[in-house]
Design a binder for this molecule. Structure first.
Ligand SMILES: Cc1ncc(C[n+]2csc(CCOP(=O)(O)OP(=O)(O)O)c2C)c(N)n1
Ligand code: SF4
Ligand SMILES: [Mg+2]
Length: 280
């Protein structure tokens, strides 16, 4: 995309809302902005209808701030809470039927490669744990097996938040939820471990309690997906409403998990490591 597309023509500039003008003048387009710059630029997502203290909203905000080229990014969503904020993000966005996101992203990435052979167009799947670990698991895995050059980001709140609290494959064993009253009977689906052996060249497990690490992971993942292969970032984004903790405790819940079963972990292939070094 050229910045001519977003710059208002002089004659009509006065008709545009201030929000839009701010986005053009102070937004992250055509500039190198990241999570560490938050508070100094107009973000592509600034308002959302998520519950107070929503970890998913924070995960989506951090991932959005970390996009290396928002002007050349297409985000693919699917039903789930992440969808609330994403639908209002000032970046190209398409939704898919629940679980189909990686198939839709694969097709669109291929189409963009044909249409823009000389330009990187970043295709990023940004969806919930149910969308990836349950109904979308087969299509996610096959996109990795086929080495599709897309980034998959899971905002893992360990529950179906959007539909009122059913257990997800990513819910912890024993977790009691609104619609799992006797507790979940099996452990978390090991999507992070599966990513490492299914074709991903880079995979990171991280929580919203470490914003800079989230930003670095998302950025690396997107840059590597341009030429090296599929990448995966799994972000723990706890949901106060369904996991039933006070909304001002989200970061504490994530930090506690980081010290326990959600420790930071990075996987990278030698080829990806080499590519990242060259691109710095
Ligand atoms: C094919 C299909 N099945 C079921 C649904 C209903 N549905 C919408 S969102 C959702 C759960 C989403 O859970 P998750 O992916 O974990 O996202 P969260 O809301 O927790 O962020 C379900 C079951 C749907 N929209 N389409
Ligand atoms: S239900 Fe949970 S994940 Fe969904 S918007 Fe509310 S806090 Fe966020
Ligand atoms: Mg969920």
């Amino acid at each position: 995309m050229s910045n001519k597309i977003i710059t208002p023509v002089e004659e009509f500039a006065h008709l545009l809302p201030q929000e839009y003008k701010d986005l053009v003048a102070k937004g992250p387009f055509f500039e190198s902005k990241g999570v560490e710059d938050l508070g100094t630029f107009k973000e592509i997502i600034e308002e959302h209808p998520h519950c107070a203290g929503c970890g998913v909203a924070l995960g989506v905000r951090l991932a959005s701030a970390a996009l290396p080229a928002p002007e050349d990014t297409l985000i693919i969503g699917t039903p789930g809470c992440s969808f609330f904020g994403l639908a209002q993000t000032a970046v190209n966005y398409a939704t898919s039927a629940f679980g189909n996101q990686n198939a839709v992203a694969s097709g669109l990435k291929r189409m963009l490669q044909v249409r823009y052979p000389d330009r990187h167009k970043d295709v990023v799947v940004l969806v919930g744990d149910g969308g990836i670990a349950d109904i979308g698991l087969d299509l996610t895995l096959h996109s990795w097996f086929r080495r599709e050059k897309i980034t998959t980001i899971m905002v893992d709140n360990e529950v179906y938040g959007n539909t009122g609290g059913q257990e997800s494959g990513m819910s912890s064993q024993g977790k009691i939820l609104n619609m799992a009253p006797t507790g979940k009977k099996f452990p978390k689906v090991p999507v992070f471990e599966i990513a490492k052996i299914s074709g991903c060249v880079y995979a990171v497990r991280v929580t919203v309690a470490s914003p800079r690490k989230v930003g670095q992971a998302v950025r690396n993942a997107i840059i590597l997906a341009r030429e090296v292969g599929p990448t995966y970032v799994q972000i723990y984004t706890p949901c106060p409403t369904n996991l039933k903790f006070p909304p001002d405790q989200t970061i504490k819940v994530a930090r506690d998990a980081e010290k326990d079963y959600y420790a930071y972990e990075e996987f990278i292939t030698p080829e990806a490591e080499e590519y990242l070094k060259k691109s710095r």
